[in-house]
Write a protein that binds this ligand. Sequence first.
Ligand code: BYC
Length: 319
Amino acid sequence: MTSTVERPLGEEKLQRHFDDRIAHDQRIEPRDWMPEGYRKTLVRQIAQHAHSEIIGMQPEGNWLTRAPSLRRKAILLAKVQDEAGHGLYLYSAAETLGVDRSELTEKLLQRKQKYSSIFNYPTLTFADIGVIGWLVDGAAICNQVPLCRSSYGPYARAMVRICKEESFHQRQGYELLMTMMRGTEEQQRMVQDATDRWWWPSLMMFGPPDGDSPNTQQSMAWRIKRHTNDELRQKFVDMTVPQAEALGVALPDPALRWNAERGHYDFGEPDWTELKQVISGRGPCNEQRIARRRAAHEEGQWVRDAAAAHARKTRGRTS
Ligand code: BYC
């Protein structure tokens, strides 16, 4: 993308100007010149993030009609709607880079673009709703707060609002679990079981280990990412262990212990083969998630047609 002011400077000067702005922590905006690799990396990451928000509505949506009280139902409904909103902000941020939302959706449906591995696991009990809020939204906050300082303006600004809402999501999950832990033995067992199933997939949300992450180095140099995958994973573990203790649940990792020398918790190795399988479409719910997304997209065609017809009519009236 080239702005009319900067175009005559020549590629080399434009690159120097871009590098200088990145080095001085200045934001890159849609009309600024940017290297093609920077633009492509942003489209890849923002699209993946947007798809994750939209697909992420499915595992929780599974419990909307079976929430145990009106209050829990209203909270869950608000959370799922927030996620649709996050998807919209992110698709809009991606569109400032010259791609179209429908083109991105098509790529998702053809499995040419990814979405987060975490949403390919089933939600078996209502305790999963609490654990998703606590662990999945907790991991999302760790990963996404630094993205509010991402070098690309529209992405960084979208993340500010998303992170505020994610904090509410995390707290509602924790509050739900606290309530269940004060309940019957069966409710306590449900919380422990959900924690056992979601702990390792939550650690995998941060991506492959740094040594096996092809994109991290360049994304850090461009200040799209501010921390490596392993740094954020460690931060999440350090933050979550005391929360698990306060809740009274055990985290399913025998290697988990405080390391006074490092000032961090040591923890076991996630199963990276499982992450690769889930990312490549062979997780427990991949087929179901994409099939549901495709059906929703097709069933929503009349809404898009009606909106386009209305826009045409309004344009006709004003002209
Ligand atoms: N799942 O070089 P790497 C949410 C892919 S939404 C699937 O480390 P990068 C929420 C990666 O894309 C959660 N794919 O990549 C929503 C790359 O493949 P491509 C989503 C993964 O980009 C609703 C390849 O593996 N959050 O939290 O530097 C309710 C190599 O990886 C995963 C975001 O998207 C994975 N776990 O780092 C509640 C946040 N990990 O693209 C919560 C923004 C890696 O080359 N995204 N891959 O084909 C990011 O921060 C980064 O993109 C990642 C990966 C940390 C995810």
